[in-house]
Write a protein that binds this ligand. Sequence first.
Ligand code: THU
Length: 137
Amino acid sequence: MLTDEIKAQLIQTAGEARKWAYAPYSNYPVGAALLSTSGRIYDGVNVENAAFPATICAERVAIFKAVSEGERDFVALAVVTANGGSPCGFCRQVLAEFGLDTAVIIADVEGKTTGETTVGELLPGAFRPDDLERGEG
Ligand code: THU
């Protein structure tokens, strides 16, 4: 169960990770923290690149770290930015691959929650693994 205490812990972890963001071009550091059903928390930060499109968002770094360590089921993701910005479309799509019920907590650097939703609400009508199966043949 996603308690207020766990939400606060995720926001804190995401906020602390944010200091490792590599964002020299946008100056918009982002921190994320992803709780798996195993109980582990994976953090992530945005990592920008001089070739701008090679940049990756904090949320996807957290997801890829988790999946690369065998995790596929997630309870909640917190994302922390200066102004409580919302996850981008690419990150919504990557989150949707692993489940629509994952809670998404959006917060600012003060730790104030600016939004609380789910992946399914953030990306209605997501293209999902079973869409590929229906398209076969
Ligand atoms: N960014 C994230 O890390 N997550 C999002 O969901 C939105 C955008 C990053 C990408 C880029 O490094 C900077 O924020 C500005 O777009």
